[in-house]
Design a protein around this ligand. Structure first.
Ligand code: HEC
Ligand code: HEC
Length: 284
Protein backbone atom coordinates (compact mmCIF):
# COMPACT_ATOMS: atom_id res chain seq x y z
CA UNK A 1 0.00 0.00 0.00
CA UNK A 2 1.30 3.36 -0.89
CA UNK A 3 0.64 5.85 1.76
CA UNK A 4 0.25 9.50 0.97
CA UNK A 5 -0.33 12.33 3.30
CA UNK A 6 -2.77 14.94 2.21
CA UNK A 7 -1.79 18.53 2.52
CA UNK A 8 -3.91 19.01 5.59
CA UNK A 9 -3.63 21.26 8.54
CA UNK A 10 -1.28 19.39 10.80
CA UNK A 11 -3.04 20.00 14.08
CA UNK A 12 -6.21 18.25 13.11
CA UNK A 13 -7.38 15.70 15.68
CA UNK A 14 -9.09 13.20 13.36
CA UNK A 15 -6.12 13.13 11.04
CA UNK A 16 -3.68 12.74 13.89
CA UNK A 17 -5.65 9.81 15.26
CA UNK A 18 -5.79 8.25 11.79
CA UNK A 19 -2.04 8.66 11.33
CA UNK A 20 -1.47 7.00 14.69
CA UNK A 21 -3.54 4.04 13.66
CA UNK A 22 -1.77 3.72 10.29
CA UNK A 23 1.49 3.99 12.17
CA UNK A 24 0.46 1.19 14.48
CA UNK A 25 -0.08 -0.89 11.35
CA UNK A 26 3.46 -0.22 10.21
CA UNK A 27 3.40 2.96 8.12
CA UNK A 28 5.95 5.63 8.90
CA UNK A 29 7.88 8.63 7.61
CA UNK A 30 4.78 10.61 6.78
CA UNK A 31 5.65 13.38 4.43
CA UNK A 32 3.57 16.46 3.77
CA UNK A 33 6.06 17.41 1.05
CA UNK A 34 5.37 14.20 -0.84
CA UNK A 35 1.65 14.67 -0.30
CA UNK A 36 1.86 18.11 -1.80
CA UNK A 37 3.69 16.73 -4.77
CA UNK A 38 1.16 13.91 -5.24
CA UNK A 39 -1.66 16.44 -5.09
CA UNK A 40 -0.70 17.91 -8.44
CA UNK A 41 0.94 14.87 -10.02
CA UNK A 42 -0.74 14.23 -13.34
CA UNK A 43 -2.17 10.85 -14.31
CA UNK A 44 -3.90 9.90 -17.52
CA UNK A 45 -7.08 7.96 -16.85
CA UNK A 46 -9.61 7.14 -19.57
CA UNK A 47 -7.66 9.47 -21.84
CA UNK A 48 -7.99 12.49 -19.53
CA UNK A 49 -5.21 14.17 -17.60
CA UNK A 50 -6.18 14.26 -13.93
CA UNK A 51 -4.80 15.46 -10.62
CA UNK A 52 -6.38 15.94 -7.20
CA UNK A 53 -6.34 19.65 -7.93
CA UNK A 54 -8.56 19.07 -10.98
CA UNK A 55 -11.52 19.26 -8.57
CA UNK A 56 -10.01 20.54 -5.34
CA UNK A 57 -7.78 23.30 -6.74
CA UNK A 58 -4.09 23.88 -6.07
CA UNK A 59 -4.86 26.67 -3.63
CA UNK A 60 -6.69 24.72 -0.93
CA UNK A 61 -8.40 27.76 0.47
CA UNK A 62 -10.37 28.18 -2.78
CA UNK A 63 -13.77 26.69 -3.61
CA UNK A 64 -13.32 23.69 -5.90
CA UNK A 65 -15.39 22.36 -8.76
CA UNK A 66 -16.21 18.76 -9.56
CA UNK A 67 -14.84 17.89 -12.96
CA UNK A 68 -17.42 15.12 -13.27
CA UNK A 69 -20.60 17.02 -12.37
CA UNK A 70 -19.60 20.69 -12.32
CA UNK A 71 -20.81 21.10 -8.71
CA UNK A 72 -18.92 23.28 -6.27
CA UNK A 73 -16.76 21.72 -3.54
CA UNK A 74 -15.98 23.53 -0.33
CA UNK A 75 -12.33 24.44 0.18
CA UNK A 76 -10.07 21.60 1.22
CA UNK A 77 -8.02 23.58 3.69
CA UNK A 78 -9.09 22.92 7.26
CA UNK A 79 -8.24 26.51 8.05
CA UNK A 80 -10.65 27.85 5.44
CA UNK A 81 -13.21 25.13 6.15
CA UNK A 82 -13.22 23.84 9.74
CA UNK A 83 -15.57 21.00 8.82
CA UNK A 84 -12.84 19.30 6.85
CA UNK A 85 -11.27 16.06 8.08
CA UNK A 86 -13.48 15.63 11.08
CA UNK A 87 -14.95 12.23 10.17
CA UNK A 88 -12.60 9.40 9.31
CA UNK A 89 -15.30 7.44 7.47
CA UNK A 90 -16.02 10.41 5.23
CA UNK A 91 -12.32 10.94 4.59
CA UNK A 92 -11.72 7.32 3.71
CA UNK A 93 -14.82 6.99 1.56
CA UNK A 94 -13.95 9.99 -0.58
CA UNK A 95 -10.28 9.25 -0.61
CA UNK A 96 -10.95 5.82 -2.02
CA UNK A 97 -13.31 7.12 -4.70
CA UNK A 98 -11.18 10.07 -5.63
CA UNK A 99 -7.99 8.08 -5.91
CA UNK A 100 -9.71 5.73 -8.27
CA UNK A 101 -11.03 8.54 -10.43
CA UNK A 102 -7.83 10.56 -10.35
CA UNK A 103 -5.11 7.93 -10.33
CA UNK A 104 -7.00 4.98 -11.78
CA UNK A 105 -6.26 3.07 -8.59
CA UNK A 106 -8.24 2.30 -5.56
CA UNK A 107 -6.86 2.84 -2.12
CA UNK A 108 -8.95 1.64 0.75
CA UNK A 109 -7.67 4.15 3.21
CA UNK A 110 -6.28 7.61 3.30
CA UNK A 111 -2.70 6.63 3.37
CA UNK A 112 0.58 8.31 3.96
CA UNK A 113 3.53 8.28 1.70
CA UNK A 114 6.93 8.04 3.19
CA UNK A 115 9.69 10.13 1.75
CA UNK A 116 12.90 8.86 3.27
CA UNK A 117 13.38 5.25 3.71
CA UNK A 118 10.26 4.81 1.74
CA UNK A 119 10.51 1.15 0.98
CA UNK A 120 10.94 0.20 4.58
CA UNK A 121 7.88 2.04 5.81
CA UNK A 122 5.89 0.72 2.94
CA UNK A 123 7.19 -2.83 3.29
CA UNK A 124 6.17 -2.92 6.94
CA UNK A 125 2.76 -1.69 6.12
CA UNK A 126 2.33 -4.13 3.30
CA UNK A 127 3.42 -7.09 5.29
CA UNK A 128 0.83 -6.43 7.92
CA UNK A 129 -2.01 -5.46 5.64
CA UNK A 130 -1.90 -6.04 1.97
CA UNK A 131 -2.54 -9.71 1.53
CA UNK A 132 -4.78 -9.97 4.53
CA UNK A 133 -7.10 -7.23 3.42
CA UNK A 134 -6.68 -7.96 -0.25
CA UNK A 135 -7.02 -4.40 -1.45
CA UNK A 136 -5.15 -3.10 -4.41
CA UNK A 137 -1.92 -1.66 -3.36
CA UNK A 138 -0.19 1.13 -5.18
CA UNK A 139 2.88 -0.93 -4.52
CA UNK A 140 5.95 -1.12 -6.61
CA UNK A 141 4.92 -4.53 -7.97
CA UNK A 142 1.53 -3.34 -9.08
CA UNK A 143 0.08 -1.90 -12.23
CA UNK A 144 -3.34 -0.23 -12.35
CA UNK A 145 -6.35 -2.50 -12.49
CA UNK A 146 -8.45 -2.32 -15.64
CA UNK A 147 -10.90 0.56 -15.45
CA UNK A 148 -12.37 0.51 -18.93
CA UNK A 149 -15.43 -1.67 -19.55
CA UNK A 150 -14.76 -2.16 -23.27
CA UNK A 151 -11.18 -3.24 -22.62
CA UNK A 152 -12.35 -5.57 -19.88
CA UNK A 153 -14.97 -7.15 -22.11
CA UNK A 154 -12.99 -7.40 -25.34
CA UNK A 155 -9.67 -8.39 -23.85
CA UNK A 156 -10.78 -10.21 -20.72
CA UNK A 157 -12.58 -13.06 -22.40
CA UNK A 158 -9.69 -15.08 -23.64
CA UNK A 159 -6.83 -13.41 -21.84
CA UNK A 160 -6.34 -13.56 -18.18
CA UNK A 161 -6.31 -10.28 -16.41
CA UNK A 162 -3.90 -8.59 -18.78
CA UNK A 163 -3.45 -5.00 -17.93
CA UNK A 164 -2.77 -2.23 -20.40
CA UNK A 165 0.28 -1.28 -18.31
CA UNK A 166 1.98 -4.57 -19.15
CA UNK A 167 2.98 -3.31 -22.61
CA UNK A 168 4.30 -0.02 -23.97
CA UNK A 169 1.94 2.24 -25.94
CA UNK A 170 3.58 1.37 -29.25
CA UNK A 171 2.72 -2.30 -28.74
CA UNK A 172 -0.95 -1.46 -28.35
CA UNK A 173 -0.77 0.78 -31.39
CA UNK A 174 0.64 -2.11 -33.36
CA UNK A 175 -1.83 -4.62 -31.94
CA UNK A 176 -4.75 -2.44 -33.04
CA UNK A 177 -3.43 -1.99 -36.58
CA UNK A 178 -5.53 -3.57 -39.34
CA UNK A 179 -2.73 -5.95 -40.14
CA UNK A 180 -2.45 -7.35 -36.62
CA UNK A 181 -6.20 -7.41 -36.02
CA UNK A 182 -6.60 -9.58 -39.11
CA UNK A 183 -4.49 -12.20 -37.37
CA UNK A 184 -4.58 -11.74 -33.62
CA UNK A 185 -2.79 -14.83 -32.40
CA UNK A 186 -4.58 -16.84 -35.05
CA UNK A 187 -7.93 -15.17 -34.73
CA UNK A 188 -9.47 -12.40 -36.79
CA UNK A 189 -10.74 -9.51 -34.69
CA UNK A 190 -13.30 -7.25 -36.24
CA UNK A 191 -14.11 -4.13 -34.26
CA UNK A 192 -16.25 -1.25 -35.38
CA UNK A 193 -14.44 2.07 -35.60
CA UNK A 194 -15.83 3.38 -32.29
CA UNK A 195 -14.83 0.31 -30.30
CA UNK A 196 -11.43 0.25 -31.91
CA UNK A 197 -10.87 3.88 -31.10
CA UNK A 198 -12.01 3.51 -27.50
CA UNK A 199 -9.82 0.47 -26.97
CA UNK A 200 -6.77 2.09 -28.44
CA UNK A 201 -7.32 5.27 -26.48
CA UNK A 202 -7.58 3.35 -23.22
CA UNK A 203 -4.66 1.06 -24.00
CA UNK A 204 -2.36 3.93 -24.84
CA UNK A 205 -3.35 6.14 -21.94
CA UNK A 206 -2.75 3.21 -19.57
CA UNK A 207 0.32 1.76 -21.23
CA UNK A 208 3.47 1.06 -19.22
CA UNK A 209 5.01 4.48 -19.79
CA UNK A 210 1.82 6.37 -18.93
CA UNK A 211 0.81 5.06 -15.53
CA UNK A 212 3.65 6.20 -13.36
CA UNK A 213 6.72 4.30 -12.33
CA UNK A 214 6.47 1.00 -10.59
CA UNK A 215 8.97 -1.82 -10.41
CA UNK A 216 6.92 -3.75 -12.96
CA UNK A 217 6.34 -0.95 -15.45
CA UNK A 218 9.98 0.17 -15.37
CA UNK A 219 11.17 -3.40 -15.84
CA UNK A 220 8.79 -3.89 -18.74
CA UNK A 221 9.91 -0.72 -20.46
CA UNK A 222 13.53 -1.65 -19.88
CA UNK A 223 13.04 -5.07 -21.39
CA UNK A 224 11.67 -3.73 -24.68
CA UNK A 225 14.22 -2.38 -27.14
CA UNK A 226 13.62 1.07 -28.60
CA UNK A 227 11.68 0.61 -31.81
CA UNK A 228 10.39 -2.84 -30.86
CA UNK A 229 6.67 -3.26 -30.30
CA UNK A 230 6.16 -6.76 -28.88
CA UNK A 231 2.65 -8.15 -28.83
CA UNK A 232 3.01 -10.89 -26.27
CA UNK A 233 3.40 -10.01 -22.62
CA UNK A 234 4.61 -13.51 -21.87
CA UNK A 235 7.47 -13.04 -24.33
CA UNK A 236 8.96 -9.96 -22.73
CA UNK A 237 12.44 -10.77 -21.49
CA UNK A 238 11.58 -9.51 -18.01
CA UNK A 239 8.51 -11.75 -17.76
CA UNK A 240 10.47 -14.72 -19.13
CA UNK A 241 13.26 -14.13 -16.62
CA UNK A 242 10.83 -13.91 -13.71
CA UNK A 243 9.30 -17.24 -14.67
CA UNK A 244 12.32 -19.22 -15.76
CA UNK A 245 11.64 -21.74 -12.97
CA UNK A 246 8.76 -23.07 -15.04
CA UNK A 247 9.34 -25.14 -18.16
CA UNK A 248 6.79 -24.86 -20.96
CA UNK A 249 6.02 -28.56 -20.52
CA UNK A 250 5.38 -28.12 -16.82
CA UNK A 251 2.95 -25.29 -17.50
CA UNK A 252 1.23 -27.18 -20.27
CA UNK A 253 0.81 -30.29 -18.17
CA UNK A 254 -0.78 -28.34 -15.36
CA UNK A 255 -4.46 -28.23 -16.40
CA UNK A 256 -5.06 -25.21 -14.18
CA UNK A 257 -2.33 -23.21 -15.90
CA UNK A 258 -1.66 -24.41 -19.47
CA UNK A 259 0.39 -21.40 -20.54
CA UNK A 260 2.42 -18.65 -18.97
CA UNK A 261 -0.12 -16.22 -20.40
CA UNK A 262 -2.62 -17.42 -17.82
CA UNK A 263 -1.32 -14.90 -15.29
CA UNK A 264 -4.30 -15.09 -12.95
CA UNK A 265 -3.87 -18.87 -12.48
CA UNK A 266 -0.89 -18.16 -10.23
CA UNK A 267 -1.11 -14.48 -9.37
CA UNK A 268 -4.03 -14.36 -6.97
CA UNK A 269 -4.20 -10.59 -7.18
CA UNK A 270 -3.64 -10.28 -10.95
CA UNK A 271 -7.16 -8.92 -11.35
CA UNK A 272 -6.19 -5.95 -9.20
CA UNK A 273 -2.97 -5.49 -11.15
CA UNK A 274 -0.80 -6.76 -8.34
CA UNK A 275 1.97 -9.23 -9.19
CA UNK A 276 3.83 -9.20 -5.93
CA UNK A 277 5.50 -12.51 -5.25
CA UNK A 278 3.77 -12.78 -1.87
CA UNK A 279 0.48 -13.14 -3.69
CA UNK A 280 1.53 -15.98 -5.96
CA UNK A 281 0.30 -19.52 -5.58
CA UNK A 282 0.95 -22.02 -8.32
CA UNK A 283 -2.08 -24.34 -8.52
CA UNK A 284 -1.35 -28.03 -8.14
C1 HEC B 1 -13.77 14.46 -9.66
C2 HEC B 1 -13.56 15.45 -8.64
C3 HEC B 1 -12.58 15.11 -7.52
C4 HEC B 1 -11.23 14.82 -7.64
C5 HEC B 1 -10.39 14.82 -8.90
C6 HEC B 1 -10.75 14.57 -6.32
N1 HEC B 1 -11.76 14.71 -5.41
FE1 HEC B 1 -11.60 14.54 -3.40
N2 HEC B 1 -13.58 14.99 -3.17
C7 HEC B 1 -14.46 15.21 -4.20
C8 HEC B 1 -15.81 15.36 -3.67
C9 HEC B 1 -17.06 15.62 -4.49
C10 HEC B 1 -15.69 15.22 -2.26
C11 HEC B 1 -16.84 15.24 -1.23
C12 HEC B 1 -17.53 16.53 -1.13
C13 HEC B 1 -16.81 17.47 -0.23
O1 HEC B 1 -15.96 17.06 0.57
O2 HEC B 1 -17.10 18.67 -0.29
C14 HEC B 1 -14.27 15.00 -1.99
C15 HEC B 1 -13.76 14.83 -0.72
C16 HEC B 1 -12.45 14.47 -0.45
C17 HEC B 1 -11.94 14.18 0.87
C18 HEC B 1 -12.71 14.25 2.18
C19 HEC B 1 -12.34 15.51 2.91
C20 HEC B 1 -13.07 15.67 4.21
O3 HEC B 1 -13.70 16.70 4.40
O4 HEC B 1 -12.97 14.78 5.06
C21 HEC B 1 -10.62 13.83 0.72
C22 HEC B 1 -9.66 13.41 1.80
C23 HEC B 1 -10.32 13.93 -0.71
N3 HEC B 1 -11.44 14.33 -1.38
C24 HEC B 1 -9.07 13.69 -1.24
C25 HEC B 1 -8.79 13.71 -2.61
C26 HEC B 1 -7.50 13.34 -3.15
C27 HEC B 1 -6.30 12.87 -2.37
C28 HEC B 1 -7.61 13.49 -4.50
C29 HEC B 1 -6.56 13.14 -5.54
C30 HEC B 1 -6.14 11.74 -5.53
C31 HEC B 1 -8.94 13.95 -4.78
N4 HEC B 1 -9.64 14.06 -3.61
C32 HEC B 1 -9.44 14.21 -6.04
C33 HEC B 1 -14.16 15.28 -5.55
C34 HEC B 1 -12.90 15.04 -6.10
C1 HEC C 1 2.73 -20.85 -13.26
C2 HEC C 1 2.41 -19.72 -12.41
C3 HEC C 1 2.60 -18.32 -12.98
C4 HEC C 1 2.03 -17.79 -14.11
C5 HEC C 1 1.09 -18.46 -15.09
C6 HEC C 1 2.49 -16.41 -14.18
N1 HEC C 1 3.31 -16.12 -13.12
FE1 HEC C 1 4.23 -14.37 -12.74
N2 HEC C 1 5.25 -15.21 -11.21
C7 HEC C 1 5.08 -16.48 -10.74
C8 HEC C 1 6.00 -16.72 -9.66
C9 HEC C 1 6.14 -18.00 -8.84
C10 HEC C 1 6.73 -15.51 -9.49
C11 HEC C 1 7.81 -15.20 -8.47
C12 HEC C 1 9.16 -15.32 -9.07
C13 HEC C 1 10.22 -14.91 -8.08
O1 HEC C 1 10.52 -13.71 -8.01
O2 HEC C 1 10.68 -15.77 -7.34
C14 HEC C 1 6.23 -14.58 -10.50
C15 HEC C 1 6.70 -13.29 -10.65
C16 HEC C 1 6.13 -12.35 -11.47
C17 HEC C 1 6.50 -10.96 -11.52
C18 HEC C 1 7.57 -10.28 -10.69
C19 HEC C 1 7.01 -9.89 -9.35
C20 HEC C 1 8.06 -9.43 -8.40
O3 HEC C 1 7.70 -9.26 -7.23
O4 HEC C 1 9.22 -9.25 -8.79
C21 HEC C 1 5.69 -10.35 -12.44
C22 HEC C 1 5.66 -8.86 -12.82
C23 HEC C 1 4.82 -11.36 -12.97
N3 HEC C 1 5.13 -12.57 -12.37
C24 HEC C 1 3.88 -11.14 -13.94
C25 HEC C 1 3.19 -12.16 -14.58
C26 HEC C 1 2.35 -11.94 -15.75
C27 HEC C 1 2.06 -10.59 -16.37
C28 HEC C 1 1.87 -13.16 -16.11
C29 HEC C 1 1.00 -13.48 -17.31
C30 HEC C 1 1.53 -13.05 -18.60
C31 HEC C 1 2.42 -14.15 -15.17
N4 HEC C 1 3.20 -13.49 -14.26
C32 HEC C 1 2.14 -15.51 -15.18
C33 HEC C 1 4.17 -17.41 -11.22
C34 HEC C 1 3.42 -17.27 -12.37
Amino acid sequence: MTVIILPLSADDKTVKTALKSYEAQGAKNFSAEKGKQMWTQEFTVDGEKRTCATCHMTDLTKVGKRADTGKAIDPMSAKANPQRYTDINFIEKWFKRNCKWTWGREFSTAVIYSDDDEDEGYENYREKNQVKKGFFSGSSEAVPATTNAVFKKECGECQFSYKAALLPARSWQRMMSDKELADHFGEELDYDATTKQELLKYMQANAAENVGNSKVTSAILKSVKAGDAPLKISELSYIIRKHDDFSAAELKNNPKVKTLGNCAACHMTAEQGNYHEDNVKVPR
